[in-house]
Design a protein around this ligand. Structure first.
Ligand code: 13P
Length: 250
């Protein structure tokens, strides 16, 4: 059995005071979350606050991006060790916003996955197709290409050290969720592609769904066999909504 994992991706949102309020609310409701693993991925500048507020709680935390470099003259970048310095457990790599707005390639994302994993962070590898790609029937090719970049660089076993987040780009921040059946179909295809290389890894790796998951639609998405959790954007910014999703995961 794969333990479901719900992670909030706060993106570039929040302030010191709003984060305090949000985390107070999340911590207060965690008693009702029975089996899901819960984490928040915060803007790096708030990780000190987040680690202070979440230490000793059942909520883990992490970053939203990292550098492939360990240290040095890389203005504006954040290293794996810096994330670890604040006891981060997770780091998102290859979010579609980074791929599309900041030009991150499959190869760069694979390198980030490897750097994170080797440092002892759990990378959350985001994959997913655009609307145009979905409509032209190449969803599985796109997801396969994005995952294969990691497999080619680090080997299929490396996937088991991370989490995959399937996030159809057309569903992110649009309020348009993939139907549970549509999401399940893609999740199953992703797992099958991995199983062709290593059945044990495919069975073990958790695949989250992301894209307008909210308190109202989480239960039916999470009920699908191959959906092992969620990567939550907008709905992770309200304690009540985020907790409802965590509870729906078990
Ligand atoms: P929304 O939940 O706001 O659609 O964002 C999803 C996402 O991009 C999580 O990484």
């Amino acid at each position: 059995m794969r333990k479901p994992i719900i992670a909030g991706n706060w993106k570039m949102n929040g302030s010191r005071s709003s984060i305090k309020e949000l985390l107070d609310g999340v911590k207060a409701g965690m008693g009702d979350v029975k089996s899901a693993e819960v984490a928040v991925c915060a803007p790096a500048i708030y990780l000190a606050d987040v680690s202070e507020q979440l230490s000793g709680s059942d909520v883990a935390w992490g970053g939203q991006n990292l550098s492939t470099e360990a240290s040095g003259a890389f203005t504006g970048e954040i290293s794996a060790d810096m994330l670890l310095d604040f006891n981060s457990k997770f780091v998102i790599v290859g979010h579609s916003e980074r791929r599309t707005l900041y030009g991150e390639t499959d190869e760069l994302v694979a390198e980030k996955f490897e750097v994170a994993r080797k440092a002892g962070l759990t990378p959350i590898l985001c994959i997913g197709e655009s609307l145009e790609e979905r409509e032209s029937g190449v969803t599985n090719d796109v997801c396969g290409r994005q995952i294969n970049a990691v497999i080619e660089r680090s080997g299929v076993e490396a996937l088991a050290d991370g989490v995959i987040a399937y996030e159809p780009i057309w569903a992110i921040g649009t309020g348009k969720t993939a139907t549970p059946e549509m999401a399940q179909e893609t999740h199953a295809s992703i797992r099958k592609m991995i199983a062709e290389k290593d059945a044990a890894v495919a069975d073990k790796v958790r695949i989250q769904y992301g894209g307008s998951m909210n308190a109202g639609n989480a239960a039916e998405l999470l009920a699908m066999e191959d959906i092992d959790g969620g990567l939550i954007g907008g709905a992770s910014l309200k304690a009540e909504d985020f907790l409802a999703i965590c509870k729906a995961a078990g």
